[in-house]
Design a binder for this molecule. Structure first.
Ligand code: PLP
Length: 408
């Protein structure tokens, strides 16, 4: 056991960056409400607008097209509501629950066995759909880190007059993300996923001439697109963290090398990796240890002061098997043996030395003492073939487009 916590759960939340702390502390004593016209109000407004300009410049939008929200979930739901107004929504099967559970009538776009969105099926769907569509696709997956082929998806959407919303919550700050270069109509980002404080995020727009009804009308803040007094200090921290993350993007090469070292040791210890050979986030690996439940792995590693998570631990206390792996057609029982290791921006060599020392020992012990697997639960409709690891991007899926109801 190490006597300090080795935090490897960055995709749940990143450690606060010092630049964000500093910016927040400087803004905390600002007195006014940015909507007020007096001096203190104008001072608060200046901080807010500076943050807006920073976020706009970093992610390729105009300042007027940056809508501050409470986080990634709200940015995603606002996109679905306001850009999907009077349109049919279609979203990737492995999207985060922020999108999957948005209050919409939607259709699910299948993914290949490796988790990458099936673009041929998207083309077919858009051809067949009579109404105009909003397509919601994540740039990088929160559980496997897999990156979607946005450059293929954009022309398909354009050909069919569909709008495209990209959930870039996990990608922003870890890989280049600019809405103007991606060619999307909207983009969701979140402060606490790039080293800022929790409680802020943004929906960025590009080429959106009609914005449907907002989620919150309130006092008409954010140009009438998101009511409610903005949290000026939190937003100042968000902008400072984003600036630091983008300026220090080279750090991600270091993080990728550390991730690869940890992953190689895990593979040597008997782990399988989902998404191994694909373009992935530099900090993420999804590791399956055959025969050992993820919950046991998590607890055993936690007792050794190593913090990792189930597939999608950003939903608190969540312990059910991951929908991401299920849609990748990984068998139920195997999906329940997968953990996510995600390195924060400040991971050190010593952290990974400790992981490489502890993980093989812990897994060897757990495998020795593991009970034989109980009978698997009923498998979900699409999880019908063995879960592929390290598969190429052209693995076909014959899964049909599935319609979902309001609480998909
Ligand atoms: N989208 C993705 C891909 C995520 O991973 C998350 C959170 O983990 C969200 C959206 C929600 O972001 P937030 O926690 O800021 O609401």
């Amino acid at each position: 056991m190490t006597n300090r916590t080795i935090y490897l759960d960055a995709n749940a939340t990143e450690p606060l960056r010092p630049e964000a702390r500093e910016a927040m502390l400087a803004a905390l004593d600002t007195l006014g409400n940015p909507a007020s016209v007096h001096g203190p109000g104008r001072a608060a407004r200046r901080i807010l607008e500076d943050a807006r300009e920073t976020i706009a410049a970093l992610f390729g939008a105009k300042p007027a097209d940056v809508i501050f929200t409470s986080g990634g979930t709200e940015a995603d739901v606002l996109a679905v509501k306001a850009l999907g107004h009077e349109r049919t929504t279609i979203f990737g099967a492995t999207e985060h629950d922020a999108i999957r559970r948005a209050p919409i009538m939607g259709s699910i776009l299948p993914v290949h066995g490796n988790g990458v969105a099936d673009t041929a099926k998207l083309e077919t769907f858009l051809e067949e759909e009579e109404r105009r569509c909003l397509v919601c696709i994540m740039l990088a997956n929160n559980e496997t880190g897999t990156v979607n082929p946005i450059d293929t998806i954009v022309p398909i959407c354009r050909r069919h007059g569909a709008r495209l919303h990209i959930d870039a919550v996990q990608a922003a700050g870890r890989m280049p993300v600019r809405i103007d270069e991606l060619g999307a109509n909207s983009l969701a980002i979140s402060s606490h996923k790039l080293g800022g404080p929790a409680g802020a995020g943004a929906l960025l727009l590009h080429d959106v001439h009609k914005f449907g009804p907002p989620l919150l009308r309130g006092g008409g803040q954010e140009g009438g697109r998101r009511g409610g007094t903005p949290s000026v200090a939190v937003i100042a921290g968000f902008a400072a963290a984003a600036e630091a993350a983008v300026a220090q993007m080279d750090n991600m090469k270091r993080i990728a090398a550390l991730r690869d070292r940890a992953e190689a040791v895990a593979i040597a210890a008997g782990a399988q990796v989902y998404g191994h050979l694909l373009e992935r986030l530099p900090n993420t690996t999804c590791l399956r240890m055959p025969g050992v439940k993820a919950a046991q792995q998590l607890i055993a590693l936690d007792l050794e002061n190593i913090a990792v998570s189930y597939g999608a631990a950003c939903s608190s206390g969540k312990s059910e098997s991951s929908h991401v792996l299920q849609y990748m057609m990984v068998r139920w029982q195997e999906a329940e043996e997968a953990i996510r290791v995600s390195l924060p921006w400040n991971t050190t060599e010593a952290d990974i030395d400790a992981f490489c020392d502890i993980y093989p020992r812990v897994m060897e012990r757990l495998r020795r003492t593991a009970k034989p697997a109980s009978a698997p639960k009923a498998e979900p409709a699409q999880a019908t073939t063995p879960g592929p690891t390290n598969v190429p991007t052209d693995v076909p899926t014959d899964a049909p487009l599935a319609r979902t109801g309001a609480d998909a």
